[in-house]
Design a protein around this ligand. Sequence first.
Ligand code: HEC
Length: 241
Amino acid sequence: MSAPAHPDSTDLDRLHAAVKREKEDLAPESQPAPLWATFLLMLIAIIAGSQLGPMTGGWSFDVSNPFALAGGGDPRPGGAGAGAAMDPFQMAMKKGASGYSVCGGCHQGNGGGLPGQFPPLAGSEYVTGGTERLIRIVQHGLTGPITVKGQGFNTPGGMQAFGGAMSSQDLANVLTFVRNSWGNEGTMITKEMVQKVRDEEKRTTQWTDAGLKPFADKNVPGEIPAGPGATAAAAAPPAAK
Ligand code: HEC
């Protein structure tokens, strides 16, 4: 018999043996959970989820959205307030507010603009005035000297055209939003109105203020008054009873 490799090794063997002895065997009647049970539980969860989803509004957060509740009534799908939640003016304002992020970098979140650089949209006659000029400005861009609320602007490069980058619906929402924010009050601009200007005017250069003079007071036909009551009656189908 050779000497142990290490003086402690016999001691280690003894300890290991003790540990092994402690380990209990699986009782003969107990089995690990079968794999099919796991899959069955997953299947139940999927079916339950797909049933619950539609019943709770498709997991959307509309139920806690202040615009949806503004119309009053029952905000649940199919409830009395469901028609109000679909009010086109409220929808346009909500979507326009998020679409406005592309404008806000220059015209600022409060619509106040930046003196000497970006003209204000709040209180601007270009925003609340004729809808044709407003749509043309955003559709094709604007450059050269312009006076807004008594302040002169002539920012190099002017404002780019947004017609290529935004759908008529997105533009309509943003324009409805700017016409009805920060104290502005104006009619709604619909996607049909934006589309009409798009189809009629195919220019590839920016407008100048002088070039827009003929459109200053013109309105594209098809506008609808802003406001939940008016638009709900004008554009929304009557709520199903
Ligand atoms: C890159 C900066 C920039 C962005 C982004 C921008 N604008 Fe402008 N905007 C300007 C400038 C500069 C002018 C003035 C152009 C000129 O001097 O002729 C202007 C002018 C206007 C005007 C006419 C003047 C006024 O203040 O009423 C309107 C309306 C307008 N912009 C709306 C918008 C809307 C809506 C958006 C978003 C879709 C937008 N702008 C995005 C820079 C910008």
